[in-house]
Ligand binder design. Sequence first.
Ligand SMILES: Cc1cc2nc3c(=O)[nH]c(=O)nc-3n(C[C@H](O)[C@H](O)[C@H](O)COP(=O)(O)OP(=O)(O)OC[C@H]3O[C@@H](n4cnc5c(N)ncnc54)[C@H](O)[C@@H]3O)c2cc1C
Length: 519
Amino acid sequence: MTATQAPSTITEHLDVLVVGAGLSGIGAGHHLQARCPGKTYAILEAREAIGGTWDLFRYPGIRSDSDMYTLGYSFRPWEEAKAIADGPAILDYVRQTALDEGIDRRIRFNHRVVGAEWSTEDARWTVEAERSDTGETVHFSCGFLFMCTGYYRYDAGYAPEFAGTERFAGRIVHPQHWPDDVDYAGKRVVVIGSGATAVTLVPAMADQARHVTMLQRSPSYIVSLPGRDPVADLLRDRLPAKLAYSLLRWKNVTMTTLFYQLSRRAPRLVKALIRKGVESRLPSGHDVDPHFTPRYEPWDQRVCLVPDGDLFESLHAGRASIVTDQVDTFTENGLRLASGAELDADLIVTATGLNMLALGGTRITVDGREIKLSETLGYKGMMLSDVPNMAVVIGYTNASWTLKCDLTCEYICRLLNHMEQHGYRQCTPRNRDPSLPTLPFVDLKSGYVLRSLDQFPKQGLTAPWRLYQNYVRDIFMLRYGPLEDEAMELRSPEPTGAPGPGRVVPAPPSSTVTSEAMP
Ligand SMILES: Cc1cc2nc3c(=O)[nH]c(=O)nc-3n(C[C@H](O)[C@H](O)[C@H](O)COP(=O)(O)OP(=O)(O)OC[C@H]3O[C@@H](n4cnc5c(N)ncnc54)[C@H](O)[C@@H]3O)c2cc1C
């Protein structure tokens, strides 16, 4: 569909269209129902399942790498025993939330959104979706578009071109598409990678495999934490579930914030502490250098968390080992490394990462002009400059995703109610300073981030254009802060006639709402 071609039929008009039925989309459904009960909404989901990440990834041992008291929703206590939870338990939690609240009935499965066009004249989006079940292209319209599409491509994980793969007699598997029939019992496995997925796979596969080797080009920081939180066990037995959950959330928010701030301010101290932790868990004869000494500072890339030191247990048991080297080529029997060493393998797992993708690949057009995301600025870490009536859920890089997701949903619900109350039909963040210095949107230096930064928006140096990655700061800005500021243009364009400046309504005093949410 081009800007001048109107779609032949609009299937449905909704006040809000949510795109994606993962953790964020289901959270958005909850907040819309609870805070904007008069608004109609639907969720368009490309796949035929709820859960996004937690339904897609099926590799052995798949689990969270942040605690469930902060990865869980603010409105639904996580009551399972494990704080670092298995993928299926997280999927069940998301699905159950959708079922209990009737959010599942709002989902249109097999609808992959490919384009969205904003018309100022009509103050609405026209959204184009491809149906994977019928092959049809369908169109919806909505007043507000809420993108809960995650941050990576679903169809293909990142797989670098390795030489000689065609010669390898064994099997090569990528964790993003784990086939049901992978049999690794008694086999020699090599896992290529050093990130969260690799450190999860190694101990999980070591139980059955003959041996698992983790082959890493460069190491990550690895921190061990108890899989079960003793404080949680104590509080859960003595306090009502909601109160215990709220206290545990604050405890963990405080701890992760302190750890992150200390890492940024005193990286040498944190490096020494992490090293000490690793040394105390390594079996004798295993070297910390070079396998556990990254070349970057803690939190330049995500720190990997291992529950109950399970990775180190596998090293102790002799069922796993770590090699720090580079792949030269795949051979018939396994891998030849840059050092000349050979690794024999029956199965090679390429835990080499994700391909980032903004807005689920949706093409965005505003009044006939296609938006280049790299030319936009993120507003309050959720809206984009010059893109009206659209928000995006992007979680924290240094804390659990859902903390930011809940705050974003709360803010958008406040904004929608505020607009309705004052007769505004359009809200557009506008950067009025063309010389504003900018930074990349995501502050991590991981390979998967650096590979795709040019496809993402930018951020400014100060609020509201700065993405602070700070939950407590965001509570003040998003839950209690004003909805109107110099950058936010709120308008009521005339419902008919040529697009023009519209009627700019003078700003009334901003409103705050009392929140039902826990921290
Ligand atoms: C293996 C793994 C482990 C992780 N562990 C953690 C962790 O422990 N803690 C943490 O904070 N974060 C973690 N993350 C990040 C994780 O993605 C988030 O925690 C969270 O699951 C994101 O939820 P989401 O709903 O925003 O996105 P997703 O889970 O990616 O869901 C997005 C949904 O949108 C749909 N979609 C995408 N594009 C379109 C489109 N164009 N049209 C229609 N539908 C579309 C997808 O099909 C999907 O269902 C992990 C990520 C991975 C890959």
